[in-house]
Design a protein around this ligand. Structure first.
Ligand SMILES: Cc1ncc(COP(=O)(O)OP(=O)(O)O)c(N)n1
Ligand SMILES: Cc1ncsc1CCOP(=O)(O)O
Length: 616
């Protein structure tokens, strides 16, 4: 459309050019947005536009669009929030929708921002009680989300006087004020996921349900807190009916422990893992999309077994029981971590697995800390800051990190015209659980620069980053560790140089090499090539039998490597040896057009094969 100079100036005064192009792009992508409300300036613009026939058409269409959008808002009160959520999912556009006063008309004004101008943080809102001891409740939720890189806002439902001995007092917040807090946060702050903890009365449950209907969010995590770890009652028994009748139907996941699961099911006793399976199914029948029954309190079990049920499939999630009194707040922490991982965009099962890993690491790290004189102390949620900042000797390695091990390759990145950083980012988004930079041709300076950028991405996603061969580069960028081959720096010297806090992996093809790697202080073994591969020249293949014999001889966890991809990953995992923890892949991710899609596919093959194996 040709515009007169005057009209152009008026138009550009209201929208800067980048906003305008983002707005146009959003429209092209199919978002229906209300055109800006006519201000005095734009009325003048319309008057000018009337001078030509084409401009008359513009005026007519924009007025028509305004009428349509206003009608839609009048008939669909949730449209405001739906639109707000919808626009949030556009990477190149950030739309802020402002709502008029409750009595006045709803106005939608859009301010756009190019993707390079700002950074959205994953956002969890916790709706829970305050714990003055800060081990559980709102305080635990904020710390856990922060540790996992999510922003956490809070709506306080009750204030408790609490310490490591027990709960000395509970002061519920009036329902109207809970509602007001909910409105303040949900209306303005772009919440991705809501997590609930202590909801002291059925009235608060109802207020929450109404608020979530008005302001829908991407996911709802319900931790049905009824009784504190010290045995003190934190919710009226009528809250149970609120959960069952209304809240569960809106929940993406409900995370009861065995006592809460029993209470929700009218007091049925839960004594065995089989009981947990049937409880998960019965609670699923109450409406939530997924259920996690936590078995930490189950008597007579040496492992912490949780049962996850998505309505079709059960997953038995195993964790080692950490011997410690410092368990106060683990339930709140787990649910908050699930919420944080969902807010980051992870699928549900992965979010649950990552949350479990975080809690287990936090328990392990905090097992000896002394806070308070009571029987149940708190966790140190921010342990990862300490391990990363002072390399204090507590290794941040968890064998389950080997599940989907992405190993980069500079030749492949060049072929597909991608930076290392973009490749790493995509693989993490697709579900990679650990990254190795294997950059055979990079100049040292370029390698350190790329590794430093990758470290930031990996840290914010909780994914360890290792460097292939180059201990100097690992030290320079404070990577989480190194992977060395049989002809590289021996692992025992690498350990001396790097200290106890870094992860060291060693390539092994034989049981003798596996034994040596353990003696040298390695953390894991990479075994392969399992299948023939074009990625590494002159590399002998050990096959599935060779892999099995190395696993059986190894005291360390093992990751399989070489020629592995979507079609054969299951056959690798199915060799059925407990210390085989995952697969490492190069070309199956990095020599493909879309790394993210391939990582997702591979992750899902691995998850399916492992859970089926566990259930056998
Ligand atoms: C996880 C993992 N396992 C094995 C290797 C191979 O390492 P290496 O023997 O040092 O061979 P190059 O990678 O240097 O060719 C690996 N990189 N990662
Ligand atoms: C580095 C390495 N070490 C043993 S096999 C191999 C290459 C793995 O690459 P791909 O996953 O493309 O087969």
């Amino acid at each position: 459309m040709q515009m007169s100079q005057a009209a152009r100036e008026l138009f550009e005064a209201r929208f800067d050019k980048s906003s305008l192009s983002s707005f146009n792009e959003a429209l092209k992508s199919g978002v229906d947005l209300e055109p800006p409300k006519l201000s005095h300036g734009s009325r003048r613009f319309h008057r000018l536009a009337l001078f030509s026939g084409r401009r008359r058409l513009f005026f007519f269409l924009s007025t028509l669009a305004q009428i349509v959008v206003k009608r839609a808002f009048a008939t669909e009160p949730n449209l405001f929030s739906l639109l707000q959520n919808y626009t949030r999912s556009f990477p190149g556009i950030r739309a802020r929708i402002s709502r008029g006063s409750a009595s006045g008309p709803i106005t939608a004004a859009m301010s756009t921002m190019c993707s390079g101008c700002g950074r959205r943080m994953p956002h969890v809102l916790t709706v829970a009680g305050s714990d003055s001891g800060a081990g559980a409740g709102i305080q635990a939720d904020i710390k856990a989300c922060g540790a996992l890189g999510a922003y956490c806002s809070s709506v306080v439902t009750a204030v408790t006087a609490q310490n490591t001995v027990g709960v000395q007092g509970v002061h519920p917040i009036p329902e109207e004020f809970v509602e007001e807090q909910l409105r303040s946060v949900l209306e303005d702050m772009g919440v991705d996921v809501v997590k609930t903890g202590m909801l002291p009365s059925v009235g608060v449950v109802k207020v929450l349900c109404q608020s979530l209907k008005k302001f829908p969010v991407r996911a709802l995590v319900v931790d049905p807190v009824m009784v504190s770890t010290s045995g003190d009652v934190l919710a009226e028994s009528s809250t149970l009916s609120g959960y069952r009748d209304e809240l569960f139907a809106m929940a993406d996941i409900v995370t009861p422990n065995v006592k809460e699961a029993s209470a929700l099911l009218g007091g049925v006793p839960l004594r065995t893992v089989a009981d947990m399976y049937s409880a998960a199914k019965s609670i699923h029948n109450l409406g939530p999309k997924n259920v996690l029954v936590k078995g930490g309190d189950l008597p007579e079990s040496s492992d912490a077994i949780d049962i996850f049920f998505d309505g079709k499939k059960y997953h038995e999630l195993l964790g080692l029981r950490v011997k410690t009194h410092n368990t106060h707040g683990t339930g709140c922490t787990l649910a908050s971590c699930i919420a944080a991982e969902l807010a980051k965009g992870l699928p549900m099962l992965r979010a649950v697995q990552n949350a479990k890993t975080f809690v287990q690491n936090a328990l392990d790290y905090s097992k000896d800390i002394i806070i308070g004189n009571g029987p149940q102390g708190p966790l140190d949620h921010l342990f990862s800051l300490e391990t990363h900042s002072c390399n204090a000797g507590a290794r941040s390695f968890n064998a389950s990190d080997l599940f989907l091990y992405a190993v980069t390759d500079s030749t492949m990145n060049r072929k597909w015209n991608r930076s290392i950083v973009a490749a790493v980012k995509a693989s993490i988004e697709g579900g990679a659980t650990i990254i190795q930079l294997r950059e055979k041709e990079a100049e040292t300076c370029e390698f350190v620069e790329a590794a430093t950028a990758c470290i930031q991405i990996c840290r914010s996603s909780g994914v360890p980053l290792l460097i292939n061969d180059r201990i100097d580069v690992a030290l320079a960028c404070d990577a989480d560790g190194v992977h060395v081959g049989q002809s590289d720096m021996p692992a025992r010297i690498a350990r001396k140089i790097l200290g106890p806090g870094k992860i060291i992996g060693v390539s092994c093809k034989t049981p003798a090499q596996a034994e040596q790697a353990w003696a040298d202080g390695a953390d894991y073994i990479g075994c392969g090539g399992v299948f023939p591969t074009a990625t590494k020249q002159n590399n002998t293949t050990v096959g599935l039998d060779g892999l099995k014999s190395v696993c059986l001889a190894s005291k360390l966890p093992v990751v399989a490597i070489g020629g592995i991809g979507v079609v054969n990953a299951r056959s690798v995992m199915e060799i059925g040896v407990p210390n085989l923890k995952g697969v490492a892949v190069v070309s199956a991710l990095f020599d493909r057009e879309c790394i993210l899609t391939e990582a997702r596919k591979l992750r899902s093959v691995l998850t399916d094969s492992v859970s089926e194996f566990l259930l056998r």
